[in-house]
Design a protein around this ligand. Structure first.
Ligand code: GUN
Ligand code: ZN
Length: 444
């Protein structure tokens, strides 16, 4: 092993996935009860049994002993809204009323000097404290909100996907761009941020209701000009929303057809919610390789409905899991999994612990097309990871006394876990958050 660059090694119980446990079963995960993760230049250099790897380390390697804690790849959140950190827990409304009464009010504040910057710092602190190291993020309509998010993420060296929302109708005047300005601002942000350090751009027409046909065509042009950018939008979340979207685009086959008509339904498209899907829409998703993003805490909180994961599987539709802050009610992907389990239970479906933990690590990395970079501990991956104490709370420690095997222990973690279980979070090999504190981003 070279001694040129500082080598860091983390020791603990290691768990990661190399395949999908739903199809590959036991062969999908790797678990080492006393493992060592060797990191060099922010990348995973080696992984294996501690006893075997320790003698191979250079003499000056820094070893952090996290035993008996569990070390996993950093969690990935496939859909959330940066401007909505103060929209969370807004009472008593379903989607369209909730947008008008709460969300659009808060989003206007991002025009104020310094507000976006403050929210971005808060959000990234909160995500890292929850063990989330990558997220697909909606900013506000203001170009500077995306500028602020990327600048803060770049400073922290986090791998983030984000975009300025495009919306030119059915929203307050102060939150509307135009087809031309939405295009030009997105274009400028792509030029400045897409592929810079670890930042990636998502072309972000909010949803068909808030984009005119002219703006959808502008988004279509952006996709044609930047095929390596993601697309993120919303679809089939709420019955009133669907009826309104269909009214606005009467010529489309259905809601999915609206996006299809503008080439916005592709393999890099992250389609939020997908609850009330028609047969043809499932087929369109499968045909285009589009990703259905399941946001359980939001779907329950806004009374939107139950996402049918078994149907998505049957149809061959790719699925990602997300918080949807601030329709969603927790920053924690563990808490999100607990609600996912309940949503599926209500439909006679289950979510085994291994499948759940796969979903928020390698599964979401695959859905985002980033599994060659993040989501596992395979050699060469970026060293984003979370250290978890499955017995962090009294109730969890008590319950774990009777857990007989790893599967059962992990199910307790998935069902009762949240940010209190996060002992530390590492971004590209650097420790950026520790239990009970907010650690400042490393200067760079
Ligand atoms: N549809 C359009 N915008 C939004 C949003 O901000 N949150 C949710 N949950 N759905 C949306
Ligand atoms: Zn959303």
């Amino acid at each position: 092993m070279s001694t040129g660059d500082a080598v860091r090694a983390l020791r603990g119980r290691l768990l990661w996935f190399v395949d999908d446990p739903h199809s590959a079963g036991e062969a999908a995960h790797r678990y080492l009860a006393d493992g060592l993760l060797v990191i060099e230049n922010g990348l995973i250099r080696a992984v294996g049994e501690a006893q075997a790897l320790l003698p191979t380390l250079p003499a000056d390697a820094a070893i952090v002993d996290h035993r008996p804690h569990l070390i996993m790849p950093g969690f990935i959140d496939a859909h959330l809204h940066m401007p909505q950190t103060q929209v969370i827990a807004s009472y008593g409304a379903q989607l369209m009323e909730w947008l008008n009464r709460y969300t659009f009010v808060e989003e206007q504040k991002l025009a104020q000097q310094g507000h976006a910057e403050a929210l971005c710092a808060f959000l990234l602190d909160e995500l890292l404290a929850s063990g989330t190291t990558t997220a697909a993020v909606y900013c506000s309509v203001h170009r500077r909100s995306a500028e602020a998010f990327f600048a803060e993420s770049h400073r922290r060296n986090t791998r983030m996907i984000a975009g300025k929302v495009m919306m030119d109708r059915n929203a307050p005047e102060a939150l509307r761009d135009t087809p031309e300005s939405g295009y030009a601002d997105s274009k400028a942000l792509i030029a400045r941020w897409h592929g810079r350090g670890r930042q990636l751009y998502a072309i972000t027409p909010r949803f068909a209701i808030t984009s005119s046909p002219e703006q959808m065509a502008a988004a279509q042009r952006l996709v044609a000009e930047h095929p390596d950018c993601h697309v993120q939008t919303h679809i089939d979340e709420n019955r009133a929303e669907i009826a309104f979207a269909r009214e606005l685009y009467p010529q489309a086959a259905d809601y999915a057809g609206i996006y299809e008509d503008y080439d916005l339904l592709g393999p890099r498209s992250l389609m939020g919610h997908c609850i009330h899907m028609e047969d043809r829409e499932w087929r369109a998703f499968a045909a285009h390789g589009a990703v259905a993003v399941f946001c359980p805490t939001s779907n329950l909180f806004l009374g939107s409905g139950l996402f049918d994961w078994a149907r998505a599987r049957r149809e061959g539709v790719r699925v990602a899991v997300a918080t949807d802050i601030g329709g969603g009610t927790s920053y924690s992907m563990l808490r999100t999994l607990a609600e996912a389990y309940k949503v599926l239970q209500l439909q006679g479906q289950t979510l085994p612990a291994f499948e759940a933990l796969h979903a928020i690590t390698r599964g979401n990395a695959v859905a985002l097309g980033l599994d060659h970079l993040i989501g596992s501990f395979e050699i060469g991956r970026e060293a984003d990871l979370v250290v978890l104490d499955p017995a962090a709370t009294r109730a969890m420690a008590h319950r774990l006394e009777t857990a007989r095997d790893l599967d059962e222990q992990l199910f307790v973690l998935v069902t009762l876990g949240d940010e209190r279980n996060v002992v530390a979070t590492y971004v590209a090999g650097e420790r950026v958050a520790s239990a009970g504190q907010r650690v400042a981003a490393p200067a760079r």
